[in-house]
Design a protein around this ligand. Structure first.
Ligand code: UT7
Length: 320
């Protein structure tokens, strides 16, 4: 599998830390020193599925293709207003890709979803069942948090990162893990009531909850382990890797991981300062920005690493 082109899209509304402190008990110093975040983009008037489709359109153009060339659309998304149809089916309609020869489906592996999705794409590409997959990670996490809870609402942003994947030998190794720990990060929505429900409070709505310190520790430990494992699996050495693109959850998490590896610091990329945590979209958005700004070039070796609710982790080595 090979990346043929990338794209990304963010909402037009940028929200600074100072803007948040107007309505929640927080401040720029706390957010900056604890997370590295200075601002984020938040969905206002945009339609979420159009934002996802825009990132996809940009990836198709970067690949030198047209929408009709796409023969599979896979979206990764944790939550949006449509439980069904899938985001991928909505994107297909917006991009004007007529059926029935372009199947669509969504995946959900929380903030680690980018590499989980790559693994699925690779299985379709490697077996020749798809030629050009449009893979989009799109998230509107700011609609999952309680905007009166300062512990969570300051952390997130919205956005979409996309790529077109085709045949090639550039996907070198991967590692996916999952450990059942449903209470460390979760978000619950109520389903429709039925006359047969038993018990009370089964379907209560609970805005996103996270045990920040626990996640922080697990993220650093799992990343140090998964990155080493996946590089070894690829038959490479740490110093062979040109770029590390880690889930953008907290600059302090990225710095702690970076410290563990004796490598030039500029190999660890970051855009959390201006984007916040965009869940599964964070790595493909960062990748697209770094490619477009010329910092990642064809032939470079990259490591992707993510973690999230589950508790799930993922890592991959890929050549651009
Ligand atoms: O992508 C996956 C989801 N992401 C995560 O799960 C994030 C992982 N965790 C983290 O990034 C960090 O743990 C946080 C940024 C969430 C929190 O940083 P921390 O250094 O672990 O802070 P803390 O939770 O221990 O809170 C320290 C203090 C508390 O006050 P007291 O008890 O010491 O008086 C909090 O109430 O900071 C307070 N606090 C805030 N103060 C101002 C918490 N949030 C805020 C805030 N503004 N927004």
């Amino acid at each position: 599998m090979k990346i043929l082109g990338t794209g990304s899209a963010v909402p037009k509304q940028t929200v600074t830390n100072d803007m948040l402190s107007d309505f929640v008990d927080t401040n720029d110093v706390w957010i900056t020193t604890r997370t590295g975040i200075k601002s984020r983009q938040i969905i206002t008037t945009e339609r979420f599925e159009e934002l996802a489709a825009l990132a996809g359109q940009r990836a198709i153009e970067a690949a030198g293709l047209v929408p009709e060339d796409i023969d599979f659309i896979i979206c990764h998304n944790v939550c949006n207003v449509y439980v069904t149809p899938s985001l991928a089916a909505l994107v297909q309609g917006i991009l004007g890709i007529k059926g029935p020869n372009c199947p669509t489906m969504d995946l959900n592996s929380a903030c680690a979803g980018f590499t989980y999705g790559l693994e699925i794409c690779d299985s379709f590409i490697a077996t020749g069942r798809a030629k050009h997959i449009l893979f989009i990670c799109a998230e509107e996490v700011t609609r999952m948090v309680d905007w009166t809870q300062r512990e969570t609402c300051v952390l997130f942003g919205d956005g979409a990162g996309a790529m077109v994947l085709g045949a090639g030998d550039n996907y070198l190794a991967s590692k996916l893990t999952s450990t059942p720990m449903p209470d460390v990060i979760y978000y619950r929505l109520p389903c429709e009531p039925t006359p047969f429900e038993t018990g009370e409070g089964i379907d209560t709505h609970i805005a996103m909850q996270l045990k920040g310190r626990e996640v922080f520790r697990m993220a650093v430990t799992s990343a140090q382990r998964d990155i080493r494992d996946v590089i070894e699996k690829a038959g490479l050495k740490l110093e062979d890797i040109d770029h590390f693109l880690l889930h953008q959850a907290n600059q302090r998490i990225i710095d702690a991981i970076k410290q563990d590896f004796d490598l030039p610091p500029e190999r660890f990329h970051s855009n959390i300062q201006k984007r916040g945590n965009t869940s599964s979209a964070s790595i493909p958005m960062l990748l697209d920005e770094e490619i477009r700004e010329g910092r990642i070039k064809r032939g470079d070796l990259m490591v992707f690493n993510g973690f999230g609710a589950g508790f799930v982790t993922s890592a991959a080595v890929m050549r651009y």
